[in-house]
Design a protein around this ligand. Structure first.
Ligand SMILES: NC(=O)c1ccc[n+]([C@@H]2O[C@H](COP(=O)([O-])OP(=O)(O)OC[C@H]3O[C@@H](n4cnc5c(N)ncnc54)[C@H](OP(=O)(O)O)[C@@H]3O)[C@@H](O)[C@H]2O)c1
Length: 335
């Protein structure tokens, strides 16, 4: 058994990790932590009462090193790298869910803050599973992609060779409120979001440079990514609609089917996708169609799972030599 821990266990992605790790056949939960500790997991998450009982400690690098072979950092950016640098140096495998190890130094510092672990930044592997599977098998540091970049990149990457890359790429994305984490804000207040939908940070959101950078890394082309996220009155789920310009005649569904024929967690749909069919699962559902040279790509994920925790768990499976699908949820919360 591999001993694992979750730092940030009181948060939304932390809870998803605990639920999956409790029943994982090869990972044994050995450490749960938050900022203050001194609690029990079933007190922080009453849904776990009579299901699991486990102490939650105040997070410390020393305790992780003592108890864990691998740790998930379900923390805000900046807090993550503060823990990760000491852990990697002492041989603990790290799967970080924050933005701290996703981007190159220059892009990170332009959009987030000064990087405090430049030493390990270059060692990290971007955990977009279908594109970095092999590299994940040999790394000690996996960087979980952002939820919007996950849904966007899985949808658009197969089409990049067929696009007019001088034309702008428009990414229209919609997310349930859990994408913002558990901390309440004006936009996530019930009265603001109930019966409502609105764009936020249009054309300025930090996930745009992440999408652009990964398109460039994987396909060697620079694209002008126009990203507009919206908040929707749902708890979980993310729907992305990408509008792009084709430079040649293709059959979009055939491209998708061929590209992902060996990927068990990508489902190519014959009709536009919906968030509910992926809620509670690691699946990314994708649909695409064209009108002349206009391409529409439509993808859906559960932001808390494929967009964060189940993708992190798949990365951990690969880092430890286990099969990709071990302990990964596939049954959706439908109806
Ligand atoms: N939500 C999503 O859909 C999603 C998707 C992809 C990636 N992510 C990323 O995943 C990370 C976690 O997101 P989340 O939605 O789970 O956030 P969240 O609900 O706000 O939870 C954050 C957790 O971090 C803990 N924490 C904060 N600072 C800490 C510190 N210095 N030491 C120890 N624990 C600390 C908090 O503990 P306390 O209770 O003690 O404050 C809380 O448990 C973020 O970086 C986020 O950007 C989230």
């Amino acid at each position: 058994m591999i001993r694992v821990g979750v730092v940030g266990a009181s948060g939304y992605t932390g809870l998803e990790l605990v639920k999956m790790l409790m029943v994982h056949p090869e990972f044994q939960l050995k450490y749960l932590a938050t900022t203050t500790g001194d609690s029990m997991i079933e007190v922080l998450h009453p849904s776990l009462l009579d299901v699991i009982t486990y102490p939650v400690e105040k997070a410390s690098v020393e305790a992780v090193v003592e108890h864990c072979d691998l740790v998930f950092l379900a923390l805000p950016h900046k807090a993550s790298m503060g823990f990760a640098k000491g852990l990697i140096a002492q041989g603990v495998k790290v799967v970080d869910l924050s933005a701290d190890y996703r981007l190159d130094l220059e892009t990170y510092e332009e959009h987030y803050c000064e990087h405090e672990d430049k030493e390990h930044l270059n060692e990290s592997v971007y955990a977009l599973i279908e594109y970095y599977r092999e590299a994940l098998k040999t790394t000690n540091l996996a960087a979980g992609p952002g939820c919007y970049p996950t849904a966007t990149l899985l949808g658009i990457l197969p089409f990049i060779p067929y696009l007019d890359t001088s034309a702008p790429l428009f990414v229209d994305a919609k997310s349930g409120v859990s994408g913002a984490g558990k901390k309440l804000s004006e936009t996530t207040h019930f009265v603001t979001i109930n019966d409502n939908i609105f764009a936020y940070n249009p054309l300025k959101h930090r996930h745009a440079p992440e999408i652009a950078q990964k398109i460039e890394k994987i396909h060697g082309v620079k694209m002008n990514v126009n990203f507009v996220p919206h908040l929707i009155p749902a708890t979980r789920g993310e729907l992305v609609s990408v509008y792009a310009t084709l430079k040649e005649d293709i059959d979009p569904l055939e491209i998708l089917k061929k590209h992902y024929e060996n990927d068990a967690f990508i489902r190519i749909r014959e009709n536009p996708v919906d968030i509910k069919s992926t809620a509670g699962t690691h699946f990314c559902d994708i649909f695409a169609m064209k009108n002349g040279n206009a391409l529409f790509v439509n993808s859906a994920i559960d932001n808390l799972l494929r967009g964060a925790s189940s993708q992190a768990l798949v990365a951990a499976n690969l880092m430890c030599g286990f099969s990709e699908g071990m302990g990964i949820p596939t049954i959706a919360y439908v109806p």
